[in-house]
Design a protein. Structure first.
Length: 134
């Protein structure tokens, strides 16, 4: 077995001794994460990494384990729901006086339909209409 090649720092191209950063830039990843969290106000308003969200999500998926997506022919997707989706975007729902954990605004979707629906809602340029018609 040979030895692994030395890596260069992602900031200054010196020898990386701490993952992808050198001694001088070793705190770069933590700093960038702190800046990202501070710049995104929705991370503070909608905490999807808390016990209340996990319990609400589990309850939604347990109440109706089938994907709630209905195609234009009126047929429901036969796949199991794996993701919990806000029917009305959480920002709008909260602005109207609701809570992002309100169960009447949540539904279970399969991964494919949740991804396609979310991409369409946020205006993702690469969204393909045929993906939503799975």
């Amino acid at each position: 077995m040979g030895t692994r090649a030395a890596r260069m720092c992602a900031k200054c191209y010196a020898l990386a001794t701490h993952g992808k950063y050198c001694e001088r830039h070793k705190d770069e990843a933590a700093r960038r994460e702190r800046e990202y969290k501070a710049s995104n106000p929705l991370r503070k308003q909608f905490n999807y990494n808390c016990k209340a969200w996990r319990q609400t999500r589990a309850q939604i998926l347990a109440d109706d384990p089938q994907c709630a997506h209905v195609d234009p022919n009126g047929e429901r997707c036969p796949l199991l729901a794996t993701d919990c989706h806000h029917k009305i975007r959480a920002e709008e729902w909260v602005a109207k006086g609701g809570d992002y954990l309100d169960m009447e605004n949540l539904e279970g979707l399969c991964k494919a339909h949740h991804s396609a629906t979310t991409a369409r809602e946020v205006g993702f340029a690469g969204w393909n209409k045929s993906e939503a018609e799975l």
